[in-house]
Design a protein around this ligand. Structure first.
Ligand SMILES: [Cu+2]
Length: 475
């Protein structure tokens, strides 16, 4: 029996559609899939294209914006401790930028226009060049008008392989889960910027895709053990993803290894979150549904076809990933404490907020495209939430005083959630994005060890655009 194992692309790129439609095939080496510039940068074009999101018998191709002309874009691969060099060429007719979500990155490469770089103008190129320190499942996405550009398809997976190959799975499969708001003719609905979305749960789509396809088929073999790398690339949809009767264990969250843990049900993923699952498929050929929970119960979003020769007669004992190389104290002494109060939204209790230097009531805020606030400020970026001396441990108490869930994301850092509603969290895991429920209060802690200006925002991208955004500086 042949095992296709531990593919390594040495910073190369494999078309994500390959992973879906011919999951057993080895991807082509980087040099065959991506031209290199003289300076040894991979080139990544942001451009318009069409994508077969819907099967041909259901609808026509969908006009999208995609990195490399696909949505999701190519799977970028690096290795822990190695450098990734990506020249992003903007072939769109609007500015863009790329944020490398979850990477503890050089601040100048973080991809936030107005804070860490200028937006990449149409026809221009920005050379992203950074070290990927930690192995794991990450992703990249537009950070300029991301509420529109991410929804049009400008995102992809970024996989950082372990420095020493990890032998715990036969292979890994990257699954980028997204939702789209399509019209009856298969186009992306041009309804961006609607205050109804911005003030509620964000722009939710009407069609969920896996690697850019509606209900694709993922091929695995009987008794195969797969590392499933799930990425929620949706603007705003919280996803509870299930894998039917397959035996599933948690390996990592947001790129960082967790203690190996059996999973009894679906994995909950807020927008931007990732989960690595170790999945043991059944001994006999069968079909499993990958599902997402809806109000009407689980709905299939992909078919997992278990077929062919069994990989083995019996599974060996599962092994977890090596512990994350990043250490964040879970009971920090001498930490600098900061508070972040979240307010606003439909049915919220916010009476007004500061915007553009003056106090506005809700009506004036809505007219200015704002409906959420952090500490009473609706998205003004003049002043940081805090300035930390480098190396200082921070504790940020975040109060969600809104009736909506939010996916709080800190750029460039992983944090521990050390308390929820006043109760200590046992065995806190490292995350870069945390899902907060309505009226919930959490305390997160991280070490401000990376100089620069770091965004903190809700990753429901409409919420960020409508006021849920601030930043801190490490000096
Ligand atoms: Cu939010």
């Amino acid at each position: 029996m042949t095992l296709v194992t531990r593919r390594r692309f040495l910073g190369g790129i494999a078309a994500s559609s390959v992973l879906l439609h011919d999951a057993m095939a080895k991807a082509a080496p980087a040099s065959e899939t991506m031209p290199r510039t003289q300076a040894d940068f991979e080139r990544l074009h942001a451009r318009k294209a069409t994508a077969a999101i819907l099967p041909a018998d259901i609808g026509p191709p969908t006009p999208i914006w995609g990195f490399g002309g696909t949505a999701p874009g190519p799977v970028l691969r690096s290795r822990a401790g190695e450098r990734l060099r990506i020249a992003v060429e903007n072939d769109l007719d609007v500015p863009t930028s790329v944020h490398w979500h979850g990477i503890r990155i050089d601040n100048a490469m973080d991809g936030v226009p107005g804070l860490t770089q200028d937006a990449v103008a149409p026809g221009e190129t920005f050379a992203y060049d950074f070290v990927t320190p930690d192995p794991g499942t990450y992703w990249y996405h537009s950070h300029d008008r991301s509420w529109e550009q991410n929804a049009r398809g400008l995102h992809g997976a970024l996989i950082v392989d372990e420095a020493e190959p990890w032998e715990g799975a036969d292979r890994d499969i990257v699954l980028v889960v997204d939702d789209w708001r399509l019209t009856g003719t298969g186009s992306i609905e041009d309804s961006f910027g609607q205050m109804m979305d911005w003030s509620h749960g964000g722009r939710l789509g009407n069609l969920v895709t896996v690697n850019g396809r509606y209900k694709p088929r993922v091929a695995v073999r009987p008794h195969e053990r797969v590392r499933l790398r799930l990425i929620n690339a949706a603007n705003a949809r919280i996803m509870d993803i299930g894998l039917g009767s397959a035996t599933t264990r948690l390996l990592a969250l947001d790129g960082m290894a967790t203690p190996l843990a059996d999973m009894a049900g679906p994995v909950r993923m807020a927008p931007a979150q990732r989960a690595d699952l170790l999945v043991d498929f059944p001994a006999s050929p069968t079909r499993l549904a990958m599902t997402i929970e809806t109000r009407d119960g689980p709905v299939a979003i992909a078919e997992i076809a278990v077929s062919g020769e069994p990989v083995r007669a019996q599974f060996p004992a599962p092994i977890g990933l090596p512990a994350a190389g990043l250490s964040v104290p879970s009971d920090p002494q001498d930490a600098r404490r900061v508070e972040l109060r979240m307010q606003g939204g439909a049915m919220g209790r916010m009476s007004g907020a500061m915007h553009e230097g003056r106090m506005m009531d809700v009506r004036a805020l809505v007219e200015a495209g704002r409906i959420w606030s952090f500490n009473g400020v609706a998205g003004d970026m003049d002043e940081p939430l805090a300035r930390f001396e480098r190396g200082r441990t921070a504790i940020v108490k975040i109060r969600n005083e809104t009736p909506w869930p939010h996916a709080m994301h800190v750029h460039g850092h992983h944090f521990r959630v050390v308390s929820r509603d006043g109760a200590s969290v046992v065995d806190p895991v490292l995350r870069d994005t945390d899902l907060m429920m309505p009226d919930e209060t959490i305390e997160i802690t991280f070490v401000a060890d990376n100089p620069g200006k770091w965004l903190v925002h809700c990753h429901m991208l409409e919420h960020a655009a409508a006021g849920m955004m601030t930043w801190f500086e490490t000096v």
